[in-house]
Design a protein around this ligand. Structure first.
Ligand code: ADP
Length: 448
């Protein structure tokens, strides 16, 4: 087992990883930018190293600074969290060259799955159902038209190098195609430095359902059920739950087993998520995330497993402790992502947090690095905490969520807590009757 892990991240996820390390008896090193000197993960870690100025590219994304921090502190492994360098194959490779273990899959697996076209090709070859679309990138509008004719409209044009819901454009018919392709290409070029795009059938009322997997890199892998992440704003998840209100036990194990088998074939190491759109009983692969997800606690609640500890264990070379039949699912869990944003306009609201009071009690978990007097810096993601609630049934979970939200106090900055309170009064949410467009429509309908 590792002796000292450097956590190459900040905020709630740095704290989450730190907690797992501490329970495993592993020393922790926090890294931070100058803007994060007062952050909770820095206060709680055994050691900390300042790795640069506020801009992420000069600190949390600076590979030389992080490698130096490992060498100075003698860390033998790095946990990348999510975002930042977590899906950077080069980072994993460079750490390897320095004799430091990257806690995550092999650089090859990261690379294959990070290229959306390659990922789709690989998924298809492994027997995972994919969205109908172009075989690879489309070079020009003529080729796009050909694909459009084959698969039928509407279609969605997506950036090969895409992420974070950016660089996607929908064309409802052939006359909209030319503009959609050129806009997607130029947006992709500007955002990712790579203008390549591909085309998929645009599903009109899908749910976003993803399968959590865990593998040991030695050919053993299990699935840990699904999460329904259909409630999204601008393609960003807002609320996640397990199980999906749309799936039954047979559907869950059918898709789960297929994905777990694919991960065995890939000799996948660590945790990963295979994302699908789900419509009319069919699953369509959209992408794989080769890292821990923001919404992983939902899965922890229904399986009782600590996914970060499992990640660390397999990274240290241990074989997977579980067969599929050892994984027991129970209850229902919902996560609400609390952002420092205005709940109506979604304008970011950084600044000083005057007071914080977290809800508690049975079945309530808060993952947050917030404390009273903390100043939320304006440079990073606006996620300031996650409220995760567990219940024996979905109905119990919803009541507990309502109760928890009513206890939650964050003073000094705007937060998205009021949005969740509004959602809990909606019949569709109570019934679990929503698709990936539901939230946008709700926000448009209720905009002041
Ligand atoms: P990113 O990597 O940018 O998050 P994804 O491919 O995961 O991009 O897609 C993000 C979201 O965009 C999905 O959750 C879904 O809401 C929407 N989306 C992606 N592909 C399609 C599609 N073929 N049809 C309809 N919606 C889609």
């Amino acid at each position: 087992m590792f002796e000292k892990i450097l956590i190459a991240n900040r905020g709630e996820i740095a704290l989450r990883v730190l907690r797992a390390c501490r329970e495993l008896g592993i020393q922790t090193v926090a890294v931070h930018s100058t803007a994060d000197a007062d952050a909770m993960h820095v206060k709680l870690a055994d050691e900390s190293v300042c790795i640069g100025p506020p801009a992420a590219k000069d600190s949390y994304l600076s590979i030389p600074s992080i490698v130096s921090a490992c060498e100075i502190t003698g860390a033998d492994a790095v946990h990348p969290g999510y975002g930042f360098l977590s899906e950077n194959a080069k980072f994993a490779e460079i750490l390897g060259e320095h004799g430091i273990k990257f806690i995550g899959p092999s650089p090859e697996n990261i690379r294959t799955m990070g290229d959306k076209i390659e990922a789709k090709r690989t998924a298809k070859a492994l027997g995972i159902p994919v969205v109908p679309g172009s075989e690879g990138g489309v070079a020009d509008v003529a080729q796009a038209r050909k694909v459009g004719k084959e698969i039928g409209y509407p279609v969605i044009i997506k950036a090969t190098a895409g992420g974070g819901g950016r660089g996607m454009k929908v064309a409802n018919n052939e006359s909209e195609l030319e503009l959609a392709v050129s806009t997607a290409q130029s947006e992709a070029k500007a955002a990712f430095g790579n203008g390549e795009v591909y085309i998929e059938k645009y599903l009109q009322k899908p749910r976003h359902i993803e399968i959590q997997v865990l593998g040991d890199g030695q050919g053993r892998a299990v699935h840990l059920g699904e999460r329904d992440c259909s409630l999204q704003r601008r393609h960003q998840k807002v609320w996640e739950e397990a199980f999906s209100p749309a799936l039954n036990v047979e559907q869950r194990s059918a898709i789960g087993d297929r994905v777990a088998k694919a991960m065995c074939d890939l000799k996948y190491e660590g945790v990963g998520t295979i994302e699908f759109l789900y419509e009319k009983g069919e699953f369509y692969f959209i992408e794989m995330n080769t890292r821990l997800q923001v919404e992983h606690p939902v899965t922890e609640m229904i399986t009782g497993l600590d996914l970060v500890q499992e990640q660390i264990r397999v990274a240290s070379g241990a074989a997977l402790l579980y067969k599929q039949s050892d994984i027991q699912f129970a209850g229902h869990a919902i996560e609400c992502r609390i952002n420092a944003e205005n709940a109506q306009t979604f304008a970011p609201s950084p600044g000083k947090v005057d007071a914080v009071h977290f809800p508690g009690g049975l079945g309530v978990r808060i993952d947050s690095a917030l404390y009273s007097g903390y100043r939320i810096p304006p440079y990073y993601d606006s996620l300031i905490g996650k409220l995760i609630v567990f219940g024996k049934t979905r109905a119990e979970c919803m009541m507990r969520l309502k109760r928890s939200l009513s206890e939650f106090v964050i003073e000094g900055v705007d937060t998205t807590i009021p949005l969740f309170q509004r959602l809990l009064n909606e019949a569709d949410i109570i019934d679990g009757n929503y698709d990936i467009h539901w939230l946008e429509k709700f926000l448009a309908r209720t905009a002041k």
